[in-house]
Design a binder for this molecule. Structure first.
Ligand code: SF4
Length: 81
């Protein structure tokens, strides 16, 4: 039961080509309203424990180069990109 409650429904993928982009890391940390991205010394870090707070606002997608960030909705097998 506890395991079911802790299930993660959102997965975020950051392409390797942009993971080390310091400007993007800062931008993503700034735009995501629920702190899913962290600027880890110039690298994009995904804060796993915040993933299920995602409100599907697309701000991270719009802040990134096309295809660089994907927000996957695991519950219906679709994604924002
Ligand atoms: S869609 Fe919005 S809430 Fe979800 S990770 Fe992107 S910026 Fe954050």
């Amino acid at each position: 039961m506890a395991e079911a409650l802790n299930k993660v429904f959102i997965e975020v993928e950051v392409d390797d080509s942009v993971a080390g982009d310091a400007a993007l890391a800062a931008k993503l940390e700034e735009v995501c309203p629920v702190d899913i991205y962290k600027d880890a010394g110039g690298r994009v870090e995904v804060v796993e424990q915040n993933l299920d707070e995602c409100v599907l606002c697309r701000l991270c997608i719009e802040a990134s180069p096309p295809g660089a960030v994907r927000v996957k909705k695991l519950y219906d097998d679709s994604e924002l990109s």
